[in-house]
Design a protein around this ligand. Structure first.
Ligand code: ADP
Length: 396
């Protein structure tokens, strides 16, 4: 069974074609960047032959990028579209829908109902899924919702302190996201430690990031909320913030509500705090190292937020056995890991600075006498989605 997993960004498409046998081989992978811009880029690798290509093209919408992907897959990876059993997507959010689902019109409508709380994620996904349905009318499209991993959170973790009637009427609660990555990080760690009865703080830190308290394999709390605009700082989106700042900006400072919304979604987080130096932590770290105090404060605030949640989740679980870092920042930023864990010796957390500096995916970077293990993991969201899609197809 071959399963194509597609990751849709607002201006990008990434894909991997898996052969879902016991080895879960990646047959091909690739993607498109700058979709919608005047010049787009396409890249593709056929793992059977080792051949890879990268070239400029024009992709006004995701549709053209999807066509380019299918042409390249049909040229040497598969001989017909029938060899693709389904296309799987790591979909983000839908009102009243979670788990693993066939992406019917009803499910797409439920996703659209939550566009307001997932504005950077849902609209591009819905548009791209419709284009997939047109270009691959006979192939099942399956979505694995990022919220599913958090479905067993207890009420004290998911309820918001607003009138209960409103919460019930409008499905307002903490949902949590990054489920595929958090599931990968927690199952990887359980396997590595040879135990299921673990208290883990899993940190998925990418352009968008969240922490999760995973107790005995179950998410009991997480930093993302009803939407993806809270918790630790995001690359250009807001993290935790007093909601009354919004009213102050509108009522006292002359900003329009829409302007505030755009600011919170695109000009906040690390980007806003750095004084618009960049929304990429690599650039911000470089400027911080060169003495830019705004960038230094942005990195400090980011790491401080992570540290606070590690403490909070240790309290929520009554202890912690391991802290797990994944995602582009979690995997690659030794300074963020070091600053986030600084001073946590009181919880039994002791980092080996040398191991941290040279960490690769799969490494334990805790000191020999640390009670709590600290792991750096190459997360693999795609394989989690592929396994879930396969299981759904096999239910038929
Ligand atoms: P996304 O959430 O967009 O899927 P990733 O998990 O790929 O993102 O993470 C992307 C982020 O990882 C980039 O914004 C960048 O800030 C960060 N990153 C990647 N490599 C490094 C590095 N060596 N040091 C610090 N940050 C890094």
């Amino acid at each position: 069974m071959n399963i194509l997993i597609c990751n849709v960004g607002s201006t990008s498409l990434k894909y991997q074609l898996f052969k879902m046998d016991e080895f879960e081989t990646v047959l091909a992978s690739g993607g498109a960047e700058r979709v919608g811009a005047s010049k787009s880029v396409f890249y593709h690798k056929n793992n059977k032959t080792g051949e890879s290509v990268r070239f400029d093209d024009s992709f006004p919408t995701h549709g053209e990028a999807i066509s380019a992907m299918l042409n390249h897959l049909l040229n040497g990876c598969i001989s017909s579209m029938e060899e693709i059993s389904c296309v799987g997507f790591k979909v983000v959010h839908a009102k009243g829908v979670t788990g693993v689902q066939y992406l019917t019109e009803d499910v797409l409508q439920a996703m659209a109902d939550f566009n307001s709380v997932a504005p950077a994620h849902n609209p591009p996904y819905i548009a791209a899924i419709r284009q997939f349905a047109e270009l691959m009318p006979n192939t099942p499209l399956i979505g694995s919702f990022e919220t599913a991993f958090h479905a067993q959170m207890p009420p004290e973790a998911y309820l918001y302190p607003i009138p209960l009637e409103l919460s019930k009427q409008h499905a307002i609660r903490r949902y949590g996201f990054h489920g595929a990555s958090l599931e990968y990080l927690s199952t990887w760690t359980a396997q590595k430690m040879g135990r299921q009865d673990l208290k883990l703080v899993c940190c998925h830190l990418g352009g968008s990031g969240s922490l999760c308290a995973v107790k005995n394999g179950i998410s009991i709390d997480t930093t993302m909320g009803m939407g993806l605009q809270c918790g630790v700082l995001q690359n250009n989106r807001i993290g935790d913030m007093d909601p009354y700042i919004i009213f102050h900006l509108v009522e006292e400072c002359g900003m329009e509500l829409q302007e505030v919304k755009t600011m919170l979604q695109t000009k906040s987080g690390l980007y806003g705090m750095s004084g618009f130096v960049s929304n990429d932590l690599r650039d911000i770290q470089k400027a911080a190292d060169a003495g830019n105090t705004d960038c230094q404060n942005a990195v400090k605030a980011y790491s401080y937020g992570i540290k606070k949640y590690i403490g909070a989740y240790t309290a929520a679980m009554g202890g912690v056995d391991a802290i797990v870092f994944g995602g582009g920042i979690g995997r690659n930023s030794a300074p963020v890991r070091a600053q986030s864990l600084e001073g946590l010796e009181c919880l039994g957390v002791k980092l080996d600075t040398n191991k941290n500096r040279n960490a690769k995916g799969g490494d334990d970077i805790s000191a020999g006498d640390s009670r709590v293990r600290i792991f750096v993991v190459d997360t693999n969201e795609e394989i989690i989605v592929a396994r879930k899609a396969k299981a759904l197809l096999e239910q038929q």
